[in-house]
Design a protein around this ligand. Structure first.
Ligand code: HEM
Length: 308
């Protein structure tokens, strides 16, 4: 029987809370981590019974340093490392520390809030919450830039093929690589572009979400550079967020992948450019403030971790 994956490749829901937690120094964290694994299995099972139509779930990812600190199995998942920044001539995909990542999804913010609150009560004595983003589904699945986000995501069996580790790494089959970046957009500059120029940045039409023909799609458009081939895909579940008082409008970029190298290829194309210097024009309006890689264990692995 294949190991049971967490709800990694579930489709987008209306409400999301993303949280990143880092362990405090010099504390014994193993016992709390065991209880955390138990809690997450409980929260997901309970949500399935209590809110069957809400598609509520919480997925946990573990960073490289945390994996070592927790003494989790070696050899590690093949591609689990500290994310190395990707530096282009003009823009950089920065790297930020993240020990644990939580991706909470539901059709109601109340469910997300309750799950986040249970996790916080348990983790607070040994860890600090360094990031919390409350993402929401914007009009017909659009990013805060106004373009539909997610159209070319894999569907059906392709989601599992591209989102979940297979026989390449048998010890970690059923797990996933999870990569996240918090982007802040310069919306004033973006709104200063005509719709036609915005469409050239993305490579699709704005209102109807139709892909440009190859002979008119600019080589530095987002989709021209992010598309690295039909056999190299990832499962994205980006969410917009916005805070008027701090003027922080953004996209929380989140991707699950069977191979982290696929994400790296996309980042290289976007930030360094293909060819070098032909970087992704979306970056002139979008700055990544964080960037972290995590491994998402299977439910079976979490069950083992929960017994210490
Ligand atoms: C500033 C943050 C980002 C925003 C607002 C954004 C938005 C979009 C939009 C609107 C599309 C077109 C519709 C679709 O197919 O989903 C798209 C496509 C795509 N994006 Fe992004 N994206 C962002 C960052 C990234 C990053 C960092 C990656 C990869 C590391 C990425 C990978 C992709 C891929 C693979 C596609 C599909 C390309 C295709 O095959 O047509 N995106 N994105």
């Amino acid at each position: 029987m294949n190991p049971e994956s967490q709800n990694t490749i579930d489709s987008t829901n209306s409400n999301t809370i993303f949280m990143v937690w880092n362990f405090k120094e010099n504390l014994q964290v193993k016992a709390v981590f065991s209880n955390l694994c138990k809690l997450l299995i409980n929260l997901n099972n309970s949500a399935a019974i209590r809110f069957p139509v809400s598609r509520a779930s919480c997925v946990m990812g573990i960073g490289y340093q945390a994996w070592l600190q927790l003494g989790l199995p070696a050899p590690l998942p093949k591609e689990l490392v500290d994310f190395v920044p990707v530096t282009g001539e003009k823009h950089t995909a920065v790297s930020s520390r993240g020990d644990l990542h939580f991706h909470i999804r539901a059709d109601s913010q109340s469910i997300c809030y309750d799950m986040a609150s249970e996790i916080t009560d348990l983790l607070s004595p040994v860890a600090v919450s360094v990031e919390e983003i409350q993402g929401f589904r914007y009009w017909d699945g659009r990013s805060i830039l106004g373009f539909v986000d997610g159209t070319e995501n894999p569907n059906g069996q392709e989601r599992e093929f591209f989102g979940i580790i297979g026989d390449d790494d048998p010890d970690y089959k059923g797990g996933s690589y999870l990569f996240v970046q918090k982007y802040i957009h310069d919306l004033a500059a973006w709104k200063g572009l005509s719709v036609g120029d915005q469409e050239k940045v993305i490579g699709r039409s704005k209102s109807n979400d139709i892909e440009m023909e190859d002979d008119v799609k600019p080589a530095n458009s987002h989709i021209a550079l992010a598309n690295v081939g039909d056999d190299l895909k990832i499962v994205r579940d980006n969410m917009p967020f916005g805070n008027m008082s701090t003027n922080e409008m953004g996209t929380y970029f989140i991707a699950y992948a069977s191979k982290f190298s696929t994400v790296q290829k996309m980042l290289s194309n976007m930030f360094i450019g293909a060819p070098i210097g032909n970087y992704d024009r979306i970056l002139d309006f979008s700055t990544p403030k964080t960037g972290s890689l995590f491994f998402v264990p299977t439910v079976d692995m979490m069950d083992e971790f929960s017994s210490g």
